[in-house]
Design a binder for this molecule. Structure first.
Ligand code: THU
Length: 159
């Protein structure tokens, strides 16, 4: 028996000012998109902004429903919209932010497992890494590819 380890590399920034111009723009769009969230049940307003390979930015926000499971996370709202509208343009970067009571959360908002799995599929479909920027007011994390937030990705039916 061998004990194995999986290491995850990511960058931590103290402010969006430290990001590149293009990442800062995307992070700002994710923050703005939190305002489009419909979250009367959780009061957790999540915004996602995706940069496509041609530079287009698509945003989404979580949409809740009184029948709770009918709602959808911000990330999947944005990814499904991007894929439905621009099916042939790969996604390059997704930025995610969350706010409560109009205040940006200090800690980065981390995507749920289902959203990570959907990101993984679009990364495979697009044929190049999707980087992920998780935006908090006190720290920002950047991961270079979906594999970094979803180790041991399910992507094969045993072939
Ligand atoms: N939510 C997202 O939009 N993205 C995530 O990655 C985690 C959770 C939403 C779902 C629900 O509307 C609210 O946040 C509370 O879970």
């Amino acid at each position: 028996m061998d004990r194995k380890e999986i290491n995850i590399r990511y960058a931590e920034y103290c402010s969006i000012q430290e990001l590149s111009d293009s990442d800062r723009e995307l992070a700002s769009e994710a923050i703005l998109a939190t305002a489009n969230s419909y979250a009367p049940y959780s009061n957790f307003h999540v915004g996602a902004a995706i940069r496509l390979a041609d530079g287009t930015i698509v945003t989404g926000a979580n949409q809740e429903n009184i029948a709770y499971p009918s709602g959808l996370c911000a990330e999947r709202t944005a990814m499904f919209y991007a894929a439905a509208k621009y099916p042939d343009t790969p996604m390059k970067t997704i930025a995610i932010a969350a706010s409560s009571d109009g205040v940006l959360c200090p800690e980065p908002a981390t995507p749920c497992g289902a959203c990570r799995q959907v990101m993984a599929e679009y990364q495979t479909k697009g044929g190049s890494p999707i980087s992920i920027i998780l935006v908090g007011s006190e720290k920002i994390w950047k991961f270079d590819r979906v594999d970094d937030i979803l180790p041991l990705i399910f992507d094969s039916l045993g072939k």
